[in-house]
Design a protein around this ligand. Structure first.
Ligand SMILES: Cc1cc2nc3c(=O)[nH]c(=O)nc-3n(C[C@H](O)[C@H](O)[C@H](O)COP(=O)(O)OP(=O)(O)OC[C@H]3O[C@@H](n4cnc5c(N)ncnc54)[C@H](O)[C@@H]3O)c2cc1C
Length: 374
């Protein structure tokens, strides 16, 4: 049976960043990265807003706050070093009425606790920055940016492979049995079933991480959370962008999502989204839902900050699903990164609830995993 030091399940952004960091920090270890699809990053990692978040809203000292702050810095450095396309455009958070103006201060205070710079802008200053936006006041976050997430993932994979990582697409994790010094793994490959041994096992299977965890022998089910799938739709906006910054409304106090915002891609195209819709199974389809009512919901939300919206320019684009640990109306939960310290299974790391800002935090999450393995 072939022996590996580390096996990573899932080649989304987190699995790829982990493979890269492991190979950097343990160059002589044997590392295997498996992915059930033929293409890396084809689930949540290619269905998001591609925003490099500043880390404004998360609870002080939470993993989301800490790993977003550290990850953001690392991600900008990584983009510069390896020529991954990005732009530090900055983001404007809009208060569109007097009640919302009162909430800007508490957002600024929270950002300060997370060491994130935000400047308070008056109505006139907002107008000067974004003439088409309706704002009573706003907050400008200069460290927010956008990234070409496909190019980022491709670069992580190329570097990892150059450093000796074995990447195996079309390979599905089936089960793991605990051994004295690691795990005996059963995989499904294009050439049939395959067994191997790995000292460490990293479950970064995204939306199906709880299913994977259930197939790891000796892991107590009390450590496996239930997921709430929360889909977010995006509409593209045809024609020239009316904005030069990312435009965000005030988030809902429960932060199920950040509100239907306007992001730009690196080609300057605007897209609006994502909304929040709790669903029972993984399903990315737009078509099943009444597109007119979805469009109306988007229009209503967008017109608060962009009254000149031309509805005929809104086109359904794509959707992504958040792997949430909290249900509708419940308070947002932190990332849940479980190591042996918690579940007592030596060599196992389970990653649950890696929703936003998982892309921004990816390099810091990977360091956190590597720090907890030997
Ligand atoms: C709507 C939306 C918007 C977002 N916007 C942002 C943003 O702007 N900025 C930001 O920082 N973050 C954002 N995020 C969060 C970010 O996209 C995620 O945190 C990140 O992509 C999670 O990556 P992952 O590797 O954990 O999961 P995934 O990308 O889902 O990867 C998991 C992989 O595991 C594979 N897999 C599953 N089961 C198995 C198995 N049994 N065997 C082998 N492989 C398996 C899957 O095929 C998949 O490729 C957003 C998320 C959503 C849903």
């Amino acid at each position: 049976m072939e022996y590996f030091d580390h096996c990573i399940i899932g080649a989304g952004i987190i699995g790829l960043a982990t493979a890269y960091k492991l190979s950097l920090r343990h160059p002589s270890d044997k590392i295997l990265l498996i992915e059930s699809h033929s293409q890396f990053g084809s689930e949540t990692s290619s269905r998001n807003s591609e925003v490099i978040h500043a880390g404004i809203y998360y609870a002080e000292n939470s993993l989301k706050a800490t790993l977003c702050r550290i990850g953001k810095r690392q991600l900008y450095d990584f983009c510069n070093q390896y020529s991954v396309p990005y732009q530090r455009l900055g983001k404007l958070i809009i208060a569109s009425d007097k009640e919302q103006v009162n909430r800007l201060e508490s957002i600024q205070l929270n950002a300060q606790k997370n060491a994130v710079e935000l400047s308070l802008l008056s109505k006139a200053e907002c107008q000067r920055l974004e003439p088409k936006v309706n704002a009573e006041a706003g907050l400008l976050s200069p460290s927010t940016g956008i990234i070409d997430s496909h190019s980022y993932m491709q670069t992580l994979l190329t570097l990892a492979e150059q450093q000796g990582v074995l990447y195996s697409p079309n390979t599905e994790f089936i089960r793991a049995d605990k051994t004295a010094d690691g795990f005996k793994l059963l995989l499904n490959t294009q050439d049939g079933q395959y067994q191997l041994h790995s000292r460490n096992l990293i479950n970064s299977a995204g939306l199906t991480a709880p299913n994977v965890a259930r197939k790891i022998e000796s892991l107590s089910s009390s450590h496996i959370p239930n997921y709430h799938f929360c889909r977010g739709h995006y509409f593209s906006y045809q024609g020239q962008s009316p904005f030069s910054h990312l435009i965000y409304p005030m988030p809902s106090p429960k932060i199920e999502g950040l509100g239907i915002h306007a992001t730009l891609d690196l080609a300057g195209q605007v897209r609006f989204g994502p909304d929040t819709q709790y669903i029972n199974k993984i399903d990315y389809q737009f078509e099943q839902y009444d597109q007119k009512s979805l469009k109306d919901k988007f229009c209503q939300a967008i017109r608060h900050y962009y009254p000149q919206l031309d509805i005929s320019k809104l086109q359904p684009s794509y959707s992504g699903i958040r792997p949430k640990l909290s249900g509708a109306g419940e308070l947002a939960q932190d990332f849940d990164i479980q190591t042996a310290q918690r579940h007592k299974v030596e060599g196992l790391v389970n990653l649950f609830g890696i929703e936003s800002p998982g892309l921004t935090a990816s390099l810091a999450i990977a360091d956190h995993i590597v720090d907890n393995l030997h």
